[in-house]
Design a protein around this ligand. Structure first.
Ligand code: 16G
Ligand code: ZN
Length: 534
């Protein structure tokens, strides 16, 4: 008798000699070696859904800021969170099974280990970014899902955060935690309406130019704009780099990763001094802002800046609403956060800072422990999450005066404006605009809140990056032995020095970060530490 799972797997055989790993961003590599992985991910998604009594599980086909020839896939948990770690391990193992029979055996092993009823319903939603390989890889996932007997909802093209939103909406529909209507229109209406309310009639100054990395964020932003208040009343947005007809232009000389890594605007940028700009990445889950100052110098407003801006604003609103005694705000960063940003939050905003290892899931987990957790990586990944208690307090609080009522209404609109399921470039972008409008700030005022310490990030190629083991949220090496002592010695030689080395989770390299009082000292420190690492 034929077995549909074995057949689906044999239809997409694994290339020989390759090892796949479900890493910080799911599976991600050259698109032409991913067919087998996608089929197996379909099987895992169906199992995961069954293990959660048929809750909707998300499958997003994207390689974010990677070059056009790459692709990838990640799984999304029912409330829009990243896949549980235990299932990352299962996914890795599944991806590396040799053939259909082995895959089928492992499929059954998982089912018996987790007491999964293979006849129970499985529900999976899929979406993809605009990469040329997306359609083929979608077919591979579909084959896996069909073989596993899952019910499938295909949303076509979506940004990664939109897919997370759909998953959360589908799983909360009709409950007291209902998150929204699980349609694209529902997404635009929810965020568009919240933006309008949060602005409270204020009009952001000037305009905002949005570089969409020639990715899926482009057409989705164009749709979103139709649901925002008219530009005469609110925000004027110029959409650039939104060419998805030419997938080979994705992330090329544009996008958030280009801007953050090169510390300069996309070469095609035509904006003048003082004009606000931002760049999304290829799947629109990251955003960084920037502008040219009056001397035509490029100025970056990265994830650290978004975190400080938003934390300060939410702190003000909580205080104005009369809730400062019961609601505590905290900021979650990684070791890559500029020392000046950390100091600003702790000493000026007087808020608690937590540091976690790199990767959204680590920051998200830490933020979940706070009443209001503002988390951003310097590279622009991030969002704000509110605990259930906090949401309830804000919903129920009776304002004592018009000032409190106004602040409460802003807070409530911000809660709706912030995508709680995951960091969302479009939602984060609107939030920043709301805060700037409330503060009547342009980018220069935003930049002036503190001065970044000069810093340098280097990539070091090593023989074996797995020997680099860290502790203290990646800020200290425990192996190779003795190396941390040598780094400490170099750090102590420069003023305001800080440096760390960690193995990359996405590339075969070690990353070295250094900062110091001057550019020369930071560069020097980064070079010295790189020499030690080599
Ligand atoms: C992944 C992570 C990102 C992190 C980056 C670090 C997610 C969704 N993405 O792209 O947050 O900043 O890896 O890369 O978690 P690295 O380990 O190569 O430095
Ligand atoms: Zn991304």
């Amino acid at each position: 008798m034929s077995n549909p799972i074995v057949e689906a797997v044999q239809k997409h055989p694994a290339p020989e000699g390759l090892q796949y790993t479900y890493g910080t961003a799911g599976f991600r590599t050259k698109a032409d070696v991913l067919d087998s992985v996608l089929t197996r991910v379909g099987l895992v998604a169906a199992l995961r859904s069954r293990s959660l009594k048929g809750k909707w599980i998300g499958v997003m086909i994207t390689a974010s800021h990677n070059p056009p020839e790459d692709n990838g896939v990640k799984l999304v948990e029912p409330l829009g969170n990243m896949l549980q770690e235990e299932w990352e391990v299962l996914s890795t193992e599944m991806a590396n099974k040799a053939n259909g029979d082995e895959v089928f055996k492992f499929y059954q092993d998982i089912a018996s280990k987790y007491k999964i009823d293979l006849e129970a319903p499985a529900r999976v939603v899929v979406a993809r970014d605009t990469r040329a390989s997306g359609a083929r890889l979608l077919g591979c996932v579909q084959d896996g899902l069909k073989a596993a007997g899952a019910e499938v909802k295909d949303y076509g093209f979506l940004t990664t955060p939109q897919l997370h939103y759909m998953v959360r909406c589908l799983n909360t529909e009709g409950t007291k935690d209902a998150y929204g209507t699980p349609t694209e229109k529902g997404y635009y209406e929810k965020f568009g309406a919240a933006f309008k309310t949060a602005l409270k009639g204020r009009k952001p100054s000037g305009s905002l130019t949005v570089d969409c990395a020639n990715g899926v964020g482009g057409p989705k932003l164009v749709e979103l704009i139709k649901h925002l208040p008219p530009k005469e009343e609110a925000l004027e947005i110029h959409v650039v780099n939104d060419n998805v007809i030419k997938p080979e232009s994705l992330n090329v000389d544009c996008g958030a990763d280009f801007v953050k890594t090169n510390q300069r605007a996309p070469p095609s940028s035509k904006t003048g001094p003082g004009d606000r700009c931002c760049s999304l990445d290829g799947d629109a889950d990251r955003v960084v802002f920037y502008f040219k100052d009056s001397s035509n110098v490029f100025r970056l407003l990265d994830g650290d800046r978004i975190a400080t801006l938003v934390a300060s604003f939410l702190g003000d609103q909580v205080r104005l609403a009369g809730l400062a005694d019961t609601i505590r705000i905290g900021v979650v960063q990684t070791a890559y956060a500029n020392g000046a940003a950390t100091q600003y939050v702790e000493q000026h905003l007087k808020l608690k800072v937590d540091c976690t290892p790199t990767g959204v899931k680590h920051l998200h987990h830490a933020a979940e422990k706070l009443d209001i957790g503002v988390y951003f990586e310097a590279n622009g990944h991030g969002t704000v999450i509110f605990s259930n208690d906090t949401l309830e307090q804000i919903a129920k609080y009776e304002p004592k005066n018009p000032g409190q009522a106004e602040a409460l209404s802003v807070l409530r609109a911000c809660i709706d404006l912030i995508n709680q399921s995951v960091g969302d470039a479009l939602s984060d972008m609107l939030l920043v605009e709301v805060v700037l409008a409330h503060k009547s700030w342009g980018p220069q005022e935003w930049l002036s809140t503190y001065t970044d310490l000069p810093n340098r990030l280097l990539k070091v190629l090593v023989k074996d990056r797995t020997i680099f083991k860290t502790t203290d949220a990646e800020r200290k090496l425990t192996s190779p032995e003795g190396l941390q002592k040598q780094i400490d010695a170099e750090v102590s030689k420069v003023r305001q020095g800080r440096s760390f080395a960690r193995a990359s989770g996405t590339e075969d390299a070690v990353r070295v970060y250094a900062e110091a009082a001057t550019k020369a000292e930071a560069e020097d420190l980064a070079r010295k530490v790189s020499e030690l690492v080599k």
